[in-house]
Design a protein around this ligand. Structure first.
Ligand code: MG
Length: 392
C-alpha cells in the first residue's frame, strides 16, 4: 500500500474526537508537523466551546457536533466563517469518508466511536486507531472490512503501537508471543480489602499517564489491559495464548514481541501519547516531533512483575473474551462502560465493576458470527443489564 507521504503532498486529517485527551495531543502533533499534516475536520460530542476554540486555531473545513441535541442548543456565533458545521452521526460519516480526507484519527471514547471508524475503514482510509472499542466490539468484522476496502489501520494505543513497531523486526510466522505492559494503575499494591473501599477520586488518579476519566478507571481495574488483549488479538491476528501481560510501573517499555529464537524486541519512550499518535500519522516514515524524550544521563529503573489475577480478575476475563470472540467483546465492552458510569455515580463498588461485567457476559446469548447490527443491539442490551444488576 502506498503511503500518503510518498506523494510529498499535505495529508488531510479528520480528527474524530478532537476535544478529548488523544484529540488534543493529535492537534499538537499536526501543528508541529511543519505543514505535512493538516486538520481538515474536527469533532466533539459535548465540549462544543472547546471545539469552536480549536476551529479558530486550526481553521478546518468542517466541525462536527456529534450530538444533534447539544448542537441545536449551542451558540455557534463564534465559529469562524468558512468553517462548515455538520451534526450527528451523519456528519461524522461525511467527514470520515470525504474524498479529500486521507487520514482519519478515531479518538472518540467508547463504543460511540464505532460508526465513524467503520465508515472510514469502509472508505479505504488510513485509520489512526485510538478507539480500542472498535476492535473489542467488532474486531473480525473490521479487519475483514479493511481487507476488502484497502484501508490501513495503524494503532495509536501505546502498547499496540509498540507491538506494531517491534513486529517489524521479524516475519509474522516467526512471532512467538506478544507481551503487553501494564502500569498496574494506582492500586497496584492495594489489598483486596483496600480495593473494595476505593473512591472515584482515588481511581481517577493515574500514576504515570494523563488520560480521560473512563480509561483512567479502566486502568485502575486493569480492564483497560483486558480490552487491549482483545484489541491485540484482532489487530495482529494473534492466538489468545500468544498474548501475555506484565506489570511495568514506569510505563517506559510500551510492549514487547518475542520471536521464536528467544529474541525479545521492546519499544521504549516517555509516557507521552504524542509519539504513538505521530507514528500512526506519518507511518512508515518517522519525523522529528514534539514528544518528550528519555533521558539516559539519569539513573533509570525498569521493573517487571507478573500481574496478580486474584486482585485484578479483569485480565482473566479479557483472555476468555479474546478466546470466545463472536459477541463476547461487544458485551464485555458495553457492560464495562455502564459499570464504570455506575461506579462514577457512586452506585457501584470498585470491586463490583468486573464481576458485574462477568455476570452480564454469562447471561448473554452468545453468537460466534454476529453482524454489526447484532453487536450494536447487544451493546444497548448489556448496558441495560448492568443498570439492573444489584449492587451488594
Ligand atoms: Mg494503552
Amino acid at each position: 500500500m502506498q503511503s500518503v507521504f510518498m506523494t510529498q503532498e499535505v495529508a488531510n486529517v479528520a480528527v474524530l474526537g478532537s476535544t478529548g485527551s488523544i484529540g488534543r495531543n493529535t492537534l499538537e502533533v499536526i501543528a508541529a508537523s511543519g505543514g505535512s499534516l493538516a486538520s481538515v475536520a474536527l469533532s466533539a460530542h459535548t465540549s462544543l466551546d472547546l471545539l469552536i476554540e480549536q476551529a479558530r486555531q486550526v481553521r478546518p473545513r468542517w466541525v462536527v457536533a456529534a450530538d444533534p441535541a447539544a448542537a441545536g442548543g449551542h451558540d455557534w456565533s463564534a465559529l469562524p466563517s468558512g468553517v462548515q458545521l455538520l451534526t450527528g452521526p451523519e456528519g461524522l460519516e461525511a467527514v470520515a469518508t470525504h474524498q479529500d480526507v486521507q487520514i482519519v484519527v478515531a479518538a472518540i471514547v467508547g463504543s460511540a466511536g464505532l460508526r465513524g471508524t467503520w465508515a472510514a475503514v469502509a472508505a479505504g482510509k488510513t485509520v489512526a486507531l485510538a478507539n480500542k472499542e472498535t476492535m473489542v466490539v467488532a474486531g473480525p468484522l473490521v479487519t475483514q472490512l479493511a481487507q476488502r476496502s484497502g484501508a490501513r489501520i495503524v494503532p495509536v494505543d501505546s502498547e499496540h503501537s509498540a507491538v506494531f513497531q517491534a513486529l517489524q523486526a521479524g516475519r509474522r510466522e516467526e512471532v512467538k508471543r506478544v507481551i503487553l505492559t501494564a502500569s498496574g494503575g494506582p492500586f497496584r499494591n492495594h489489598t483486596f480489602e483496600q480495593l473494595a473501599e476505593v473512591t472515584v477520586v482515588d481511581a481517577l488518579h493515574h500514576p504515570t499517564w494523563t488520560m480521560g476519566p473512563k480509561i483512567t478507571i479502566d486502568s485502575a481495574t486493569m480492564m483497560n489491559k483486558a480490552l487491549e488483549i482483545i484489541e491485540a488479538r484482532w489487530l495482529f491476528d494473534l492466538q489468545p495464548e500468544q498474548i501475555e501481560v506484565v506489570v511495568h510501573p514506569q510505563s517506559i517499555v510500551h510492549s514487547l514481541v518475542e520471536f521464536v529464537d528467544g529474541s525479545v524486541i521492546a519499544q521504549l519512550s516517555s509516557p507521552d501519547m504524542k509519539l504513538p499518535i505521530q507514528y500512526a500519522l506519518t507511518y512508515p516514515r518517522r519525523l522529528a516531533g514534539v514528544a518528550s524524550r528519555l533521558d539516559f544521563t539519569e539513573t533509570m529503573r525498569l521493573d517487571f512483575e507478573p500481574p496478580d489475577p486474584q486482585r485484578f480478575p479483569a485480565l482473566a476475563l479479557g483472555l476468555e473474551v479474546a478466546r470466545a470472540g463472536g459477541t463476547a467483546g461487544a458485551v464485555l465492552n458495553a457492560a464495562n462502560e455502564a459499570a464504570v458510569a455506575k461506579f462514577r455515580a457512586g452506585k457501584l463498588r470498585f470491586t463490583d465493576i468486573v464481576p458485574s461485567c462477568r455476570a452480564v457476559l454469562e447471561q448473554h446469548q452468545f453468537d460466534p458470527h454476529p453482524s454489526l447490527e447484532q453487536l450494536l443491539g447487544l451493546d444497548v442490551w448489556a448496558r441495560q443489564e448492568v443498570m439492573r444488576w444489584a449492587c451488594t
